[in-house]
Design a protein. Structure first.
Length: 290
């Protein structure tokens, strides 16, 4: 048997090592009792527990009463083992879309519902690993809300097909113990110029665009968030001030809150929260959200 050149063997070893590094590790059975919230790490194929979720109480989310009640009702039905829909929370920035998802999760668990919910955040760039994650959750004795914040697709990105298959169209379908909640600034998750480009280059333009738009149709519940009025903005500010015991005369609170929103060119729940953080800091007070 001929002897291989040592340099050739060394090259083969380097190639084998590189391939090992490129291959994602096998998914391990997670400890779902470690926490009520997790972050999915696609590179490690594991769920990382979150000991303390960055959230606000649901009663502090003002100006979104209708969508708040709809999401709470949908989540409660899911926790009771009843039919519920995947939800897309779309619309204006800073109006509490992601805050509502986290608040609903905490509220339902605090209510003592039939099934304790586990919240799992998946990052936008890891959407194509959803089938692996679903494999971990399908047989687990828990109910899960998968949460993707700021979901959208651009350019030649085809990972939306993985999401479509998981939501409704895959051969296995969505597990009964999993719901998918996503937030986005876009109602249809894809920019208009992307759809126009699909239309102009496709053999059958109508079918190409329909495939893109149909992704949003996989969400049975569409919840729209819109810019708030000045009164709603001030209601948010007052609610935060009361919650955290910021003892400031109302006329001063209103004047400073309005000046804060004017300098930022926006009125939203996020703007109100940022003002409260600044006010608390100037007053020498600390505030906690959970």
């Amino acid at each position: 048997m001929p002897t291989l050149d040592p340099s050739y063997l060394a090259l083969l070893e380097r190639i084998a090592s590189a391939l090992d590094r490129m291959t994602p590790p096998a998914a391990t059975d997670p400890d779902f009792d470690a926490a009520d919230a997790f972050v999915w790490s696609a590179s490690m194929s594991e769920l990382q527990p979150v000991r303390r979720v960055n959230k606000v109480d649901v009663e502090l989310l003002r100006g979104i009463d209708r969508v708040r009640d709809q999401l709470l009702d949908n989540t409660l039905r899911f926790a009771k083992g009843l039919p519920a829909n995947n939800a897309l929370l779309w619309g204006a920035r800073g109006m509490g879309k992601s805050s509502l998802v986290k608040a609903a999760h905490a509220e339902i668990n605090a209510s003592g519902a039939k099934r304790r919910l586990k919240l799992i955040e998946i990052h936008r760039e890891d959407i194509d690993s959803l089938p692996v994650l679903m494999g971990l959750l399908r047989e687990a004795p828990h109910a899960f809300i998968l949460f993707c914040d700021d979901l959208s697709f651009d350019g030649d990105d085809t990972s939306y097909k993985s999401l479509k298959a998981v939501l409704e169209g895959g051969i296995e379908g969505r597990p009964d113990n999993v719901l998918f909640y996503a937030t986005s600034n876009r109602r249809h998750l894809m920019p208009r110029d992307m759809m126009d480009n699909e239309r102009s280059t496709a053999i059958n333009p109508g079918e190409a665009v329909e495939e893109k738009v149909s992704l949003s149709d996989r969400f049975g519940l569409w919840l729209g968030f819109h810019k708030c009025s000045q009164d709603e903005y001030l209601e948010m500010v007052r609610a935060y001030a009361d919650k955290f015991g910021l003892d400031v005369p109302d006329d001063r609170l209103v004047a400073e809150a309005l000046e804060w929103s004017t300098t930022r060119g926006a009125r939203s729940g996020r703007t109100a929260w940022q003002f409260i953080q600044d006010l608390a800091g100037r007053l020498g007070m600390t505030i906690t959200t959970s």
